[in-house]
Design a protein around this ligand. Sequence first.
Ligand code: ZN
Length: 305
Amino acid sequence: MTITRRTLLTSATAAGLLPMLPRRTWASATLTLGQMQIDTLSDGHLVLPGDFILGGMPQAEMQDILTRYALPTDRLEPPCNVTLLRDGTHTVLFDVGAGPDFMPTAGKLAEAMEALGLTADEVTHVAFTHGHPDHLWGLLDEFDEPVFANATYLMGQAEFDYWTDPATVDSIGTARTAFAVGAARRLEVMADSITLFKDGEEILPGIAARLTPGHTPGHMAFELRGGSDSVMVVGDALGNHHVAFEQPGWPSGSDQDAETAAATRGQLLDQIAAAQMRLIGFHLPGGGIGHAERQGDGFRFVEEA
Ligand SMILES: [Zn+2]
């Protein structure tokens, strides 16, 4: 037996050397698609100043929408849902959560996996939607070792190129400098284990990549197909269940290229609603699984947890 730091920590916990933490219940939603079982695992939630998302929107109309959803406008606490797909051969995570270094309310994926009886070593593939901290920083543990030691990592070529470009840290803007530094550091550690893919590629059986730019330059959604049914893992292309659905054309402060992101949202919602397909959103409520219905000039998110 090889003693790693992780087994030592586990043994210490098992022997009662570390205080027991109170158990928490982790939101998890499930659906099946052909031979695939899909679960969403809670990584916790973010705490954001409202302006980060809502700043550039028409304020009076935005206030009306948030009031209808019983949400404050000064502080938002979006949930974080990591999608897990198991088909008997592959165990795939879509994004890895925030890890230990981003926010105290996030980085809880390990606990959610444990509640499901899944170990990190069982994960065969990790596919990234994009390189923001709440999606990528769970890649390495507190000792800077890969959390998912047996996994193959898959990332869109444009997204990888953007975050590993030394010029990004200077061009991204001061509010996101830490995002750029954090992504570059992690991707550098893992570069040899990352397989790059392009828009439209089938990255694994039944999983097709769909370039959905704007939130970040190379953001990817994933269309999962099982039999005649399909589900779109939208990542942050649909970043919330309120304004992003009701007014997809409004600029959002959380998007790096607001105009491109708005166009992407409109196309994605049109397609998902027309095809009546299910979607899974990283920051959507109820575990993130639902569908989009037309409502007036926009849409609404209907949970299917
Ligand atoms: Zn996010």
